[in-house]
Design a protein around this ligand. Structure first.
Ligand code: FPP
Length: 286
């Protein structure tokens, strides 16, 4: 974890409260609310997206300084093609501007940029810029900045299953193929990345919107009313602090119960179960 060079009021205290040993390795963010941010200011949606792109810059740098290993940002969903043509064109332009103007910063911070989603469908200029940035940063060993673009989690799972079937067909073992969780995990677009520990959604909607459905099985969810362009460093620190306050059990127990206590409880529980079962039999035979 690197020290921040400057602090806005209140940030120093929030940063000091962090436990550096319990940072989320992978943060995923649904960046929502650009349009509402602009509307609230009487500005066109364009201005909201531009402010959103600027926020991407600052959050990427902050996450990298905090020692986060991977940051996945939902930049464009496969459903976003339903938006007006002009707005979509603007989003591609913003993406190109971001990729070009921030390459030097990505290199300086040793950040590797990758993408997930069906990016071949992007307009050629945006696609080329994306691939060029991925290539230019592929040897960087610091944080992984993973942009979800033309992304749909359901497409991703279907693509993974089809890839497994294709491989089995080529290897001549299709007839014996069984697909398990590990095989799906290895064939997802995010293969090689840790699963997100923390999923943040800005602007208050309580939905996951077809984002990383497989990978967020055990992620902690954090929804804030703050619009994405306002999601500044102190908002990020608050989200991480909330994550650190949560107890993650992955379906287990927080503490193993004392063995004696479990054994002591058994006879009574068993007796109750037996009584319930007898009652059920009696009812069903009436
Ligand atoms: C949601 O806000 C945001 C998006 C669909 C696009 C996210 C894009 C950016 C943050 C800018 C460009 C990205 C990069 C990586 C440089 P919305 O328009 O749905 O907001 P609303 O729900 O308030 O209308």
């Amino acid at each position: 974890m690197k020290a921040f060079e400057t602090f806005a009021p209140g940030e120093r205290e929030l940063a000091a409260a962090l436990d550096p040993g319990r940072m989320p390795a992978h943060i995923a963010i649904i960046m929502d609310g650009n349009g509402r941010w602009a509307k609230r200011r009487g500005l066109p949606r364009f201005a909201g997206h531009r402010a959103g792109a600027n926020r991407v810059r600052s959050i990427v740098e902050d996450c990298s300084n905090l020692g986060v290993k991977a940051l996945t940002l939902y930049a464009f969903s496969a459903e976003n093609w339903k938006r007006p043509r002009l707005e979509i064109d603007l989003l591609w332009r913003l993406l190109r501007i971001y990729l070009r103007s921030d390459l030097a910063d990505l290199q300086r911070n040793n950040i590797r940029l990758t993408s997930i989603g069906r990016v071949e469908a992007l307009p050629p200029l945006a696609y080329r810029e994306l691939r060029a940035t991925e290539k230019a940063t592929e040897r960087n060993t610091g944080m992984r900045l993973n942009l979800a673009i033309n992304y749909s989690a359901r497409n991703e799972i279907a693509d993974a299953v089809n890839a497994i079937i294709d491989e089995a067909r080529i290897a001549g073992r299709l007839a014996r193929l069984t697909i398990d969780e590990a095989a799906i995990g290895r064939h997802l677009y995010t293969s090689g990345l840790p699963e997100p520990d923390l999923l943040v959604r800005t602007s208050g909607e309580m939905r996951v919107s077809n984002f990383l459905l497989w990978q967020i099985a055990y992620a902690e969810l954090y929804v804030t009313e703050t619009y994405w362009p306002d999601f500044d460093r102190s908002e990020l620190l608050k989200a991480i602090l909330e994550f650190q306050r949560r107890e993650r059990r992955f379906g287990g127990l927080s503490e193993a119960p004392a063995v004696e206590a479990v054994n002591e409880d058994l006879p009574e529980d068993e007796a109750n179960l037996e009584a319930e079962e007898n009652e059920e039999i009696a009812v069903s035979s009436q």
